[in-house]
Design a protein around this ligand. Structure first.
Ligand SMILES: [Zn+2]
Length: 427
């Protein structure tokens, strides 16, 4: 792939393809992937045979629903019983250039070309002339080297810093006049705080203009701090180790992360594996297409998100995921919709009148019933109006309405009782 000029907004043509073209592209790539890995990767043959599916039965992304989800624990088991790759590798071992080790340990390989992966950094404005400090580990796990290659592929210069050593990182950043930071939001925050403790004026003594984050979500408050107080343009990406790379990335409009066309990313009901529609919360399940020699189909990340299909002003046409809302175990299914604890909390506590809350999910006449119990800071306010406002917002964000809102006496809800309580009895 030829590198675009410094001014270009897009890294490749896939980013702006039409919806129909994308569907055709992904379906075609999927067919190739399944047919190739069925022949070459024993784990894929086993997966399809066990499900009673012929490779020819998988023609479209929708057909993936016929196959079970493989989670990290499954992959670990597969690798333990068939070392080292659990039958996922579809090429002779001697042709593998790099092997990575993720916690488990889980063994993964890096394909020979990851050029496309640079688009996540490209969208964040990394270009020739940038000096980027890469603070992800170069040890065992893929992060350090993968991000290194991608930054380099944007034309920027990489400082091989790795993790930790805050004081030394600050010295390096000053002396090399580092312009871009690659790491976690919390580590950049640590660096800034430490630099200030050391008596530096971060805006004047450091030269960071942009930051690219993954590994943890960027809280809106921290983004605001970085951007407004320190003039650092921030971008985040969602990366998963096992299928190898970042599967979604932000553009300059920062309203969700565009999905990469090098993966098929499904948002599914974690219990049934069925694909969900826009706005519905489900698990991120991903099938990578970029490496024919890695036969990992429908890898379940355990992370929850939802996606939006509205066009983005940047011109990229891929759907956007809206950020990680929690882990699959943190959600409670109410009338077919997942309500995530963190999302419910953010929705309710955005009303400053509320002191404490509890979401109680029960059953009435064989139907799920959701009650929001609220303690107020000031009992004299207009409760009817607040009920309507909260429930509307709950519907907007959590996609489901509460059946009832109850105002309880202050002190009723203990500090540890905040959150979602599932009192349904499954008999
Ligand atoms: Zn965009």
């Amino acid at each position: 792939m030829a590198l675009r000029s410094n001014k270009d907004e897009f890294f490749d043509n896939l980013e702006t393809q039409s919806g129909t073209d994308r569907q055709k592209y992904l379906d075609k790539k999927l067919k190739e992937k399944i047919s190739y890995s069925y022949d070459k990767a024993p784990a894929v043959k086993k997966l399809l045979d066990k499900a009673g599916i012929n490779p020819k039965d998988i023609r479209t992304v929708k057909d993936l629903e016929k196959l079970p989800i493989t989670r990290k624990t499954d992959l670990l088991e597969m690798q333990k019983s068939s070392l080292p790759f659990g039958g996922v590798l579809a090429m002779p071992l001697e042709n593998v250039e790099r092997i990575f080790i993720s916690p488990g340990p889980i063994y993964e390989i890096q394909p020979s070309s990851m050029k496309w992966f640079a688009k996540s950094f490209w969208a964040a404005g990394f270009r020739k002339g940038d000096i980027a400090v890469n603070t992800f580990t170069y040890h065992m796990s893929p992060a350090g080297i993968l991000f290194h290659e991608a930054i380099k592929d944007c034309g920027a210069t990489v400082v091989v810093a790795g993790t930790g050593n805050t004081d030394l990182q600050i010295q390096i950043m000053r002396e090399l006049k580092v312009t871009a930071f690659v790491g976690t939001p919390s580590f950049l925050n640590t660096i800034i705080k430490r630099a200030e403790e050391m008596g530096h004026n971060v805006k004047k003594d450091l030269f960071i203009k942009r930051a690219w984050f993954t590994g943890e979500m960027l809280p809106p408050s921290l983004r605001k701090l970085f951007e407004e107080q320190y003039s650092i343009d921030t971008y985040q990406a969602y990366a998963v180790t096992e299928p190898g790379g970042a599967i979604a990335y932000e553009c300059k409009h920062k309203s969700g992360m565009h999905l990469m066309d090098e993966y098929i990313t499904e948002i599914v009901d974690p219990e049934t594996g069925k694909q969900l529609g826009p706005g519905e919360v489900g698990e991120i399940v991903t099938t990578q297409l970029h490496n024919p020699n890695w036969g990992l189909i429908r890898f379940g990340t355990g992370d929850l998100t939802s996606y939006v299909t509205e066009p983005c002003q940047c011109g990229r046409t891929a759907y956007r995921i809206t950020g990680i809302m929690g882990r699959a175990g943190d959600a409670v299914k109410v009338r077919g919709m997942f309500v995530v604890a963190k999302q419910a909390e953010q929705t309710i506590m955005s009303f400053s009148q509320v002191a404490r809350y509890q979401v109680v999910v029960g059953q009435k006449d064989h139907r799920d019933e959701m009650v929001l119990k609220l303690e107020l800071k000031d009992d004299s306010i207009d409760k009817n109006k607040l009920s309507v406002d909260i429930n509307n917002k709950f519907q907007d964000i959590c996609r489901i309405k509460a059946d009832r809102i109850e105002f309880v006496t202050p002190g009723t809800i203990g500090e540890k009782e905040q959150g979602i309580k599932d009192v349904r009895k499954w008999e």
